[in-house]
Design a protein around this ligand. Structure first.
Ligand SMILES: *[C@@H]1O[C@H](CO)[C@@H](O)[C@H](O)[C@H]1NC(C)=O
Ligand SMILES: *[C@@H]1O[C@H](CO)[C@@H](O)[C@H](O)[C@H]1NC(C)=O
Ligand SMILES: *[C@@H]1O[C@H](CO)[C@@H](O)[C@H](O)[C@H]1NC(C)=O
Ligand SMILES: *[C@@H]1O[C@H](CO)[C@@H](O)[C@H](O)[C@H]1NC(C)=O
Length: 368
């Protein structure tokens, strides 16, 4: 009898302790989860655009200790948080597709029916059907960059004759903003200076004075790509060029390698009117069959020695020749998959000295 009740007692004790243990574990896990979730969401919100408005754009908060990467954030406006996702990891160049409808033609229905639509605004989006009246060049890009530049130039350590940029550790590094002009090329080009006025007045924008033949490298450098104006038009109408033109990289590479088959006189002018020359990898390969005779490059990711030599020579001389001081090469249309081939190609291009790698997958590229 005693023995039996003892066993019962022990069992009851065990059950009690087990219950207490379970309750304690559950409570602890619950508290930890709730705490972590709050913590995590605070961290995630740190990069939401509306939050950053309230947080008064602090360049040191975002880019202190962040290396600047030779990466171009392709279709940047598609990212969860446009501009900020790229900027916070030190990406040097971002891209926005822009749409301007002041001529009133081909207005996408959804946009024109939006009560906030304004014909004088420049909108950002990949296709016209998906444009949204709240997503403008100012709201997605220029306002944020402006906020950072105002912050960066507000500190005592800034030397007022040299404007600071958006990267805390290297304040004289310029940020590239590519504007891919999707329609109304001439109209957009004429509209932009007014849009950029506040940056121009503060000396934040790189420009080239065509009358005096002097370039100025500011913290923000705008590159027009897609619908870019004719050089002859610029020559006639522009004194100071605030939006540089994306130059044809392939042609420069041919000239630089003394394979001067497609030389044209605009190339010389591009060295003034441009700061970046861009080309598709496939185009560079297919236009130079004698050099790139290795038909499997894109499959294997392996460049031969001869090919690497061509790339190196092709990318290198721009800084020496260009009057516009900086001249970057940008390679786009890079294979994205499989990753190990993509990585091999990235590695080879970086080794050859490419200025900007066109990248969709920022997370992988930043770890590279
Ligand atoms: C435009 O974007 C805003 C913000 O993301 C969103 O709330 C709104 O629903 C969008 N409007 C349309 C018409 O898609
Ligand atoms: C600011 O920069 C100018 C131009 O480089 C230089 O001459 C001047 O000494 C600098 N001033 C200070 C306070 O660093
Ligand atoms: C390219 O061709 C042009 C026109 O024929 C010539 O003036 C120029 O010197 C050539 N450049 C090179 C690097 O061969
Ligand atoms: C490609 O060109 C290089 C250098 O001209 C040559 O040595 C090599 O044999 C060529 N390869 C093929 C597959 O034609």
């Amino acid at each position: 009898m005693t023995e039996l009740s003892m066993t019962k007692n022990t069992n009851a004790h065990k059950k009690l302790w087990a219950t207490i243990f379970l309750i304690w574990t559950a409570a602890f896990t619950g508290v930890t989860l709730v705490y972590n979730r709050q913590h995590l969401s605070q961290w995630q919100n740190a990069f939401e655009p509306q939050e950053t408005h309230e947080r008064s754009y602090s360049v040191d908060e975002f880019t202190r200790g962040v290396d600047i990467l030779p990466i171009h954030s392709h279709n940047d406006y598609w990212r969860k948080v446009p501009f900020w996702d790229a900027y916070k990891i030190g990406v040097k160049s971002v891209e926005a597709d822009i749409w301007y409808y002041a001529d009133g033609k081909d207005l996408p229905r959804k946009l024109s029916e939006d009560k906030n639509f304004d014909m004088n605004e420049i909108y950002v989006g990949h296709t016209s059907k998906f444009l949204n009246a709240s997503k403008t060049l100012n709201s997605l890009y220029l306002d944020h960059i402006w906020g950072l530049l105002e912050n960066s130039n507000s500190y005592d350590w800034s030397n007022s004759s040299i404007k600071n940029g958006v990267f805390y550790d290297d304040p004289h590094e310029t940020l590239f903003l590519f504007l891919d002009v999707k329609r109304a090329a001439a109209g957009t080009f004429e509209r932009l200076p007014e849009y950029l006025d506040r940056f121009i007045k503060k000396g934040y924008l790189s420009y080239y004075n065509l009358e005096k033949n002097i370039g100025y490298s500011g913290p923000l450098t705008l590159i027009l790509t897609g619908g870019i104006p004719e050089i002859s038009y610029i020559d006639k109408n522009v004194e100071k060029l605030y939006t540089f033109l994306d130059a044809p990289l392939n042609s420069f590479m041919l000239v630089n390698n003394n394979a001067n088959t497609t030389y044209d006189s605009d190339l010389e002018k591009y060295q003034v009117y441009s700061k970046v020359a861009s080309g598709a990898l496939e185009g560079i390969i297919s236009d130079n069959p004698t050099v790139f005779n290795n038909t499997k490059i894109l499959d294997t990711g392996d460049f031969t020695e001869v090919e690497m030599k061509y790339l190196k020579a092709g990318f290198k001389p721009f800084t020496e020749n260009a009057k516009a001081q900086l001249f970057y090469s940008r390679i786009w249309e890079l294979p994205a998959w499989p990753r190990y081939k993509r990585d091999k190609i990235w590695r080879s291009l970086i080794e050859a000295g490419v200025g900007l790698l066109n990248v969709d997958d920022l997370a992988s590229a930043s770890m590279f």
